[in-house]
Write a protein that binds this ligand. Sequence first.
Ligand code: NAP
Length: 306
Amino acid sequence: MLDIIIVGGGLAGLTAGMYAKRAGLDTLLFEKMFTGGQAATTDLIDNYPGLDEPISGPDFAMKIENHARKFGLEIQYEEIISLELDGRIKKVITEDKVYEAKTVILSMGADAKKLGLDKEDQFRGRGVSYCATCDGAFYKDKDVAVIGGGDTAAEDALFLAQYVNKVYLIHRRDTLRATKIIADRVVEHEKIEKVWDSTVEAILGEGNVTGIRVNNVKTGEKRDIAVDGAFVAIGIQPHSELVKDKVNMSEAGYVLTDENMRTNIPGVFAAGDLRQKPLLQLITAAADGAVSVYTAQKYIIEEFGV
Ligand code: NAP
């Protein structure tokens, strides 16, 4: 039986893995796709302490994984089908096997929200994207829209403005939620046209996106904007389906924990963007990962005596 099973290989999970192995705990991390989570699809990271030069998201993710592996972390690339968390021994079930552990750390992260428009799914990969850093290069010298007003939308607009002809930033209010330093850069950027107080009503086109229809929520005026790409950056959705009705969650689906990363189930902890907290960033994901292992280790000693 393992000491800790970590579910998800984003920054929270990898940090938990590194801390757990460093603490001598028998640990296995499950990842169904690629490690690094949202960091791995971020263009540049420049707000992580110690990185005095910006680093690319994929490079950063690789460094964290290498760091964890240096301490012997084993990563199992396999999808978990279900979790049995109630008993003293936790069971993690995949297609082929049932794994047992004294504790489970949930770190499945979060992903981009959708606008919920007709044809949004149909146009995904044909002009609709949820990852500017992944798909931006396809839009060199073209016109694109970014929808949203948070850090992701602001960073996406700035990133795309380096390559494209023009960026329309569509936001439902007239001030950005993004961090001031980034928001100011967006407001001042001459290649980014700010379309304030507006929501996207429709994505236009047949085979590929040719434009978007926006609605001014103050005046009711509608406007069609010709674009080849629409980058949706309206927030994120926690990946909590696996633990739905198993651990306590917020209405939005974030797992509720105390400040020691404990969920309502003894021996089950949550870390990173999956967890309800005020700031979803790399620095807080890493901190959560470390704290979750500290608490899990205390729990193992108290409950199992080793
Ligand atoms: P966010 O902060 O939740 O912002 C979402 C934005 O989309 C808001 O401006 C919101 O408008 C708008 N929005 C939400 N639903 C909408 C809808 N249905 N239609 C139109 N607009 C909608 O999401 P995020 O920007 O993805 O950021 C998520 C978290 O990651 C945040 O904590 C953020 O700070 C963090 N993050 C940090 C960095 C960084 O530090 N470098 C980079 C990226 C993300 P309202 O403003 O009107 O609510």
